[in-house]
Design a protein around this ligand. Structure first.
Ligand code: SF4
Length: 235
């Protein structure tokens, strides 16, 4: 799977060279609060991405790059944050080579992990359409000195449990000076690529001139070849 490689390089361009706290993965001691976990406002210290602050969450898969199962945090951690602030969450996954027929379904399954798992003391409010993922942090979480690295270790552990994931990296950003708009633009293209993948696997019409996915297929290497191959297989 190389379709997202160009976008991963663009993300690296936004992240690399910036000051970051780095932590290696180790199993998290945080408890899973499950997908219907609720953290009421009265119990919330602040919300990452809350109060209309810039917020974006994205996930990209590759079979070209390897990760060292680490976490990077750009900006302040829970102990430094006093109120709602901007937030970005980036999940990069090295996966096994997957066949085209099941690629969309497997990528969707990986995207669903953020809805199914959340450590106690946090509450994630995510929207695939707006690409936002706001995270409420509980007052008790602050008191217990739990960190965003602890949060990321928990989530990384859930991604590593998936049978096709070989290695992973999670990058969290709370730094106000980060280029959130740049990341939103790359995340939009990642989302469009996954939509195009779904269309390609489902659709036997190959007419780029009248297709509303032309812009993304022009940018992503291998997309047109994949559609052509799929059409030929179905004929
Ligand atoms: S390859 Fe052409 S027809 Fe197929 S999804 Fe892309 S733009 Fe549309």
């Amino acid at each position: 799977m190389k379709l997202y490689d160009g976008f991963i390089s663009q993300i690296n361009g936004l992240i690399n060279g910036r000051r970051a706290l780095t932590a290696e993965y180790s199993p998290s001691s945080l408890e899973n609060a499950g997908k219907n976990n609720v953290l009421f406002l009265k119990d919330t210290a602040f919300e990452l991405g809350g109060s209309g602050e810039k917020c974006v969450s994205t996930l990209a898969v590759t079979s070209s790059f390897k990760y060292s199962n680490r976490i990077r945090l750009l900006g302040g951690d829970i102990k430094d944050i006093k109120s709602d602030c901007p937030f970005a969450k980036i999940v990069l996954l090295e996966i096994e080579e997957i066949d085209e027929e099941t690629a969309f379904e497997k990528i969707r399954r990986l995207e669903q992990i953020r809805y199914n798992f959340c450590p106690r003391g946090f509450m994630s409010r995510a929207s695939a359409i707006s690409m936002r993922e706001q995270i409420r942090v509980g007052k008790k979480t602050v008191k217990d000195k739990i960190s965003l690295v602890d949060y990321a270790k928990f989530m990384l552990g859930e991604y590593l449990k998936d049978s096709i994931v070989k290695s992973a990296e999670i990058i969290l950003v709370t730094d106000r000076s980060f280029d959130y708009d740049g990341l939103i633009s790359v995340s939009e293209k990642i989302k469009d690529t996954t939509s195009a993948l779904n269309h390609i696997l489902d659709n036997v019409l190959f007419d780029c001139k009248s297709c509303n996915l032309k812009e993304i297929c022009d940018e992503v290497e291998g997309m047109k070849e994949l559609h052509m191959k799929t059409v030929n297989q179905k004929r």
